[in-house]
Design a protein. Sequence first.
Length: 521
Amino acid sequence: MMQIRVNRGRRSVPVTLPAPVGGLNGRDGLADMPANDAFLLDNWFPKNTTLKTRNGCEPYATGIGAPVESIETFAGGTTPKMLAFGGGKVFAVSAPGAVGAPLQSGRNSNVISSSMFSNAGAQYLIGVSGADAPFSYDGTTFANLALTGVTGGQNTLHAVFAFKSRLYFAQKDQLGFYYLAVGAIQGAASYFDLSQVAKKGGHLSGIASFSADSGNGPNDYIVFMTSEGEYIAYAGTDPSNAATWALVGRYYASAPIGRKGWFNFRSDLYIICDEGVVPFAQIRSDGASGVELEFLSAKLGLNYTNLVPNAATHGWCAQVYPRGNMLLVNVPASGAQSGKYYQFAMNTDTNAWCRFTGWNALTWTVLNKRIYFGTYNGRIMLADEGTDDDGLPILCDVRQANNYFEDGKGMGSADKQFHFVTFVVQADGEPPLSASVNVNFEDSQPAYAGNIDPGAGGVWDVAVWDVDDWAGSGVVQNFTVASGKLGYVASVWLRASLTAPGIEWYATRFVIEKTSGITIL
């Protein structure tokens, strides 16, 4: 009779891992990715210690009747307001509901560059489009401005920036800038030629500033960005006076993408370019004096660079959203405004990224601490609100990095059996979760619970759910997925289709048994 001897020296053991709060990682190889990262992370936001499904969106202003390509915010006084630009018209959209009569019609471009500016008279939102007269808005009146001395006409001004009590303008196809008198919002403009300073030619794409002393102080510099990726920084207050205007330096990197391919965040200026989201501090240092700064978006890797071919599509921009502890980088996912858009969302505490889908935003702004976006179908949407995307489910998809469970990446006696996996989550009721366990780099995806994804197959087999582990509403609870798979490395894939309150993922508990502990003779 054959004798079967079982070596019980090693039994099943539990191993608990945190949720992938390290965020989305498209840079590192699948075999070497940190265990707390994810190589797929859609609509799950990496908080400091947990992952949480994002909130939804709902209509705020309707009836614009054309793609909303710009939303500009007047932040004067105690009553901030929004302006929406679409279909050659300007609408006041500070209040929810259907828009009223336009403030202006017959405009040639809806892509706006704007800057808040104050003088002794009032506070203004100053804007240009490169195809229309510059405008001002004081919270009540929208008016065209008159600038003289602009070669080719004032309508060719396509970027505006306020710096040390002056307005500065970039002009189409010109390698130089115009500026007004101190405190002026219109009148005579003077030209400063940068062609003798710039080494790479091109034209001026935009104007911004950065601080060399980590704040608003004497070392604030104005930066002129060219189409060839040259960044020319000046210090001072009066370009007409050499005693109060000085070249700080010329720096080289990728050129910004689009008309709004840069933003200020904390004390630095960031450039949205082919390489990613690059801090100006890195462009300046370039490794000098041992300073090596990582691109803000470095971990996004191919998730970002695969979208760079869409650079000509309008919508590349960023929005800091303090209420949500987020930075959003808006990126078109196709070559058409009518197509999909993604937002790469970063936790501003941890710099961990994820990707939002389902919000096809052309432009963003923040008003009264709430965040809004404009759509191709002529609406302003209030984001980070509600439990669904205007009646559609929020598709939340995450695949955590592969884990070897301290077995030397497949070397030695590393094969093991994954008996089951328990997810520790917080949710109201029984959330519509589905999951799968993948071993040895396989690519088996679960269907969304409820089968709302027609390409994903049937509803997840309820037999693999440990129903005894479900708890009551709004508390920490578990659900368990059976596996039984054999392999040396594993990852989990978790999905949710939400039209109800969100889910927060705390940790994952694996129960595994190494095969070297079982001997059959």
